[in-house]
Design a binder for this molecule. Structure first.
Ligand SMILES: [Zn+2]
Ligand SMILES: [Zn+2]
Length: 247
């Protein structure tokens, strides 16, 4: 099993989550999907994202990453790690909430519309982000990195894997629901409202981890009473290459 040990843990997780979500979605789907209509396009989009968008965005963000690394403080590293992880997630998620709201403004919508283009939602359809979107979403996480000063390498890998799981999870086509979990965390039906083609609905539920920010800043839409009828942008289709570039 030497080949297995040589595989990147991120790739192992990506494949394992893909299998897991496919099985769960086929077993308990929230909506019937016509996979034949969308699967090839979604696989192509995921490949472009994994090999093109993330590579380009990481390259563009590397000066910001270096700047964050140069601000790692020994006195912060001496503090207890567990509460710092919670503060890191709160800070990064708050930044991500406002970045997301910014992307829904007239000027930046072009950066984000590729993410909203799928008309059928399931785990793979959520793997779409243009290069500028990925850069903008990377920035709050990079800005929060000094909070994790001195953290072991495995924690950084675990945070990356959690981000991957969460993106699959929030787009998953599942009947599953939990009101008590939604008091704190974003769930699939919570995020699906944000993907509605109805402009009023996609102007809500911007959160990606905590539901707190939507409740606090007036963009909360209750999944118990709000049901999206259709997904997508409601705009004429555009060339995916331009959408991936965010222009
Ligand atoms: Zn959005
Ligand atoms: Zn989404």
């Amino acid at each position: 099993m030497d080949w297995l040990r040589q595989l990147d843990p991120l790739w192992i997780s990506y494949i394992a989550f893909g299998v897991l979500f496919t099985v769960v979605e086929l077993t308990r789907p929230a909506r019937r999907l016509r996979y034949r209509k969308t699967l090839l396009r979604d696989i192509a989009a995921a490949l472009v994202y994994q090999f093109g968008v993330t590579t380009a965005a990481n390259y563009i963000c590397s000066p910001a990453g270096e700047f964050a690394k140069s601000h790692l403080s020994a006195s912060v590293a001496a503090l207890w790690l567990a509460p710092r992880v919670v503060v890191f997630y709160l800070a990064a998620d708050l930044g991500s909430y406002w970045m997301h709201r910014l992307m829904h403004t007239h000027r930046l919508w072009r950066v984000h519309r590729w993410h909203h283009s799928p008309e059928q939602l399931y785990w793979l359809a959520g793997t779409r982000a243009s290069i500028p979107q990925q850069v903008l979403f990377n920035l709050p996480t990079i800005a929060a990195l000094p909070i994790l000063a001195g953290a072991p390498g495995w924690l950084v890998v675990a945070i990356l894997i959690e981000g991957m799981f969460r993106n699959n999870w929030m787009h998953a086509n599942l009947t599953w629901r939990s009101n008590w979990l939604e008091l704190i965390f974003v769930t699939p039906r919570y995020h699906h409202i944000h993907h509605s083609s109805d402009a009023e609905l996609h102007d809500g539920n911007y959160g990606s981890l905590f539901t707190l920010w939507d409740r606090l800043f007036g963009t909360y839409l209750d999944p118990d009473t709000t049901r999206p009828k259709k997904f997508g942008t409601g705009e004429p289709p555009r060339d995916p290459v331009w959408m991936a570039l965010g222009v």
